[in-house]
Ligand binder design. Structure first.
Ligand code: FMN
Length: 212
């Protein structure tokens, strides 16, 4: 089947894109209003795109009525947010944070998580998260119904048991983030496998045989 995106409804493009571009990692984004109210919401339009500078990207949609989500409102006003990575232990609470409750409710607490004030930003991060990144807005790109947020990671908190003894690499038996597929379908990273590169020399050898 072929789909001409320029002739499709936005909702149909959303369906196809989210059905096929996955699994997408989940950022549980915690923010703090200027009045000091904690907020948290999961975002699977999320990834890291640069390390120098360290840039993560979020895609935040408006609500169906066109209103901005609390997360975006806080990000616009404070210029700060934290990304908390999500594993199975946080999965249920992550869904609670996605329920869209009133802005005066602390979703981190509602989800049963503890919050810790940021080291470099005012927004709090989730104490139970295997990894949390404190971010400052690098730039916002406003589209019709979605805002792309580029955030510079200024500080990272990592749960000690997620790293090897030297503190360099993740322990894949411990750090197993979940990711979103389509709709309510998710995947966890408990079936990791190593796939070393075959090396350029072996591929060149194959080409040479074909040419002979
Ligand atoms: C797994 C998951 C991923 C989500 N990803 C996004 C996303 O990338 N962008 C977005 O705008 N909303 C996303 N949502 C919906 C928001 O989390 C939801 O609208 C939330 O209530 C917004 O809360 P807020 O008003 O406190 O910001 C996602 C929800 C779930 C459960």
């Amino acid at each position: 089947m072929d789909f001409n995106f320029s002739q499709m409804e936005a909702a149909d493009r959303y369906r196809l894109l989210t059905n096929f571009v996955g699994p997408r990692p989940i950022a549980l984004v915690s923010t703090r209003s200027v009045e000091g109210q904690n907020n948290a919401a999961p975002m699977s339009f999320f990834n890291v795109f640069s390390h120098d500078p360290a840039i993560v990207v979020l895609g935040i949609q408006t609500r169906p009525d066109g209103e901005e989500k609390d997360t975006l409102r806080n990000i616009r006003k404070t210029g700060e947010f934290a990304v908390n990575m999500v594993d199975m232990a946080l999965a249920g609470g992550m869904l609670v944070c996605g329920l869209g409750v009133e802005p005066d409710i602390d979703e981190i607490a509602l989800a049963g998580f503890d919050s810790i004030p940021g080291t470099q930003i005012a927004a709090h991060w989730v104490a139970q998260a295997p990894c949390a990144m404190e971010c400052r807005v690098e730039r916002l790109i406003d589209y019709n119904r979605r805002v792309i947020v580029l955030g510079e990671v200024v500080h990272m908190h990592v749960r000690r048991d997620c790293l090897d003894a030297e503190g360099h690499y993740v322990d894949p038996a411990v750090y197993q983030p979940i990711a979103r597929l389509h709709a309510d379908n998710y995947i966890t990273s408990d079936r990791q496998f190593e796939m070393p590169s075959p090396g350029l020399a072996s591929v060149q050898g194959r080409l040479a045989k074909k040419e002979a």
